[in-house]
Design a protein around this ligand. Sequence first.
Ligand SMILES: [Zn+2]
Length: 282
Amino acid sequence: MRKINKPVLKAAVVYPVCIATVGNSELRGRLEHCQTLINNAEIEFEAKITKGQIYTIAREIIVNGNVTYKELKNVYTAQMVQKPKGRVYYDQLLMAAPGGLCPLCSHREATTLDHYLPKSKYPRLSIVPINLIPSCKDCNTGKLADYPIGPNDETLHPYYDNIENVMWLNAIVNKTAPVSLSFNVKAPASWSNLLTNRVTTHLDCFKLNILYAAQAARRLSGMKYNLEKIYSSGAAQAGIEKYLVDEAASNAQVNLNSWETAMFRALSEDHWFCSTGFRLIG
Ligand SMILES: [Zn+2]
């Protein structure tokens, strides 16, 4: 998970621009009367996101007594995504993705905006910038749960959570044929139970262990020839360890908690893998 600077953009700016292009004047009038509720929803989100209280935000299907969740969803999909004036804000938020990568998985390309709380259940947050996170399509659509029911269910939020500077992604070398890797959370001593649970939820919710294990299997296959060459050149186990340690250090410069960094570190520390296990790469 990568940290992104919180957008300075506010719903008070985005919402009026988006609803101004709604063609039906009766609907536009009802939407205009939601402005204060939407501003307040932004304030509530901001106050609760760092306190593990996001799950207490009320879900609803009608806003202000006469605007349906579908009508507010549509302000996002038909005005903010598709109309040029709203799209300016959409693109502005999307471009904040570091290196164009999805901050939720740190692996795939960010091509869309993900609603941290879904617009179908929290329609007031449909166009609130702090609820919109650059993401890849898979993270956006493949989430296991779409809303939290307790503090431990709150996935990481790239605008508010920063866990980049400590090592927490752990890889496990499975001594199988073919050799494989699994990934889990190894919480630093400084973390609270809540943060540990949330990071674990994040990995589960976005199925990152599956993504990382598949990527690692592919990368391992590409390494087999090279590792055998290093070993048989006379460098043996020490040569393999050195190669893997260097790769771990190099990848850690880019992202301390990428699957690559975790994989190379785990492999370099595994005596079985460096002595004989590498021959079981598929
Ligand atoms: Zn992603």
